[in-house]
Design a protein around this ligand. Sequence first.
Ligand code: V0D
Length: 261
Amino acid sequence: MKIPFFNNKQPGAFNMHYPDQNTPDHVAIIMDGNGRWAKKRGMPRVAGHKEGISTVVKIVKAAVKCKVKVLTLYTFSTENWKRPKSEVDTILRLPKEFLSIYLPDLISNNVRIEAIGDMANLPVHTREAVQYAIDRTRDNDGLQLNFALNYGSRHEILKAMKVLLMDIDNGEMSLDELDEQQFSRYLDTDGMKDPDLLIRTGGEQRLSNFLLWQLAYTEFWFTDVLWPEFSEKEFVHALEAYRQRARRYGGIQDDQKKNYY
Ligand code: V0D
């Protein structure tokens, strides 16, 4: 049974055209513009983050409908600790707030929740809420929903390097064996296909330390729309743009496509 989370409350969404060919398997999103959205309205930044949660719900719903297999959301970066403590504290309560409302809906819609990033340095209450959701959705085989929490790509690569050096030291890995594929296994995204499409909202056009290794061949799509105003329509638009680009490569296989760059 589909419960409210997946009910279509958006006017006009009913007759929406969902791309079904060349849909990206893995979409990654930098959800930027929440603070600015609030500021424009004379509201505190945290109000923007809370509004951002409803967009997360809408876009997860859209990803399920569009048969995206993996959705990776940049929710909290290693740099975000530099923000005022009160803002950080409020942001780190959002996972629990989000899950207390939406986890049942996610479960009944077969979504599997995962996390990437350094969970060890998060407050216990955040870690426990996320871990509970991961455990509860472990056996689901629908959309894989990755939350990047306390994630920074350089940190991830360094962490991988340290474990790798230990493995070389104890003989579990050898320099001869080590190639790109083997190295990938040390990253937080072990076992996931690299993103096909990266979306960044909020007008900036940079990676901000997100998935540096994994985005090597990814198509980028930027929009000025602030995350709280990002909609299912915009998301489908991005998928459509991806589809056009993929079609232009017509017949060229993925690994040949890499030689294009
Ligand atoms: C703020 C806009 C959902 C971007 C969306 C801890 C920034 C709202 C989660 C979430 C955040 C994380 C894990 C999980 C379930 C939900 C979230 C953070 C920020 C940072 F298992 N939204 N969201 N987490 N924002």
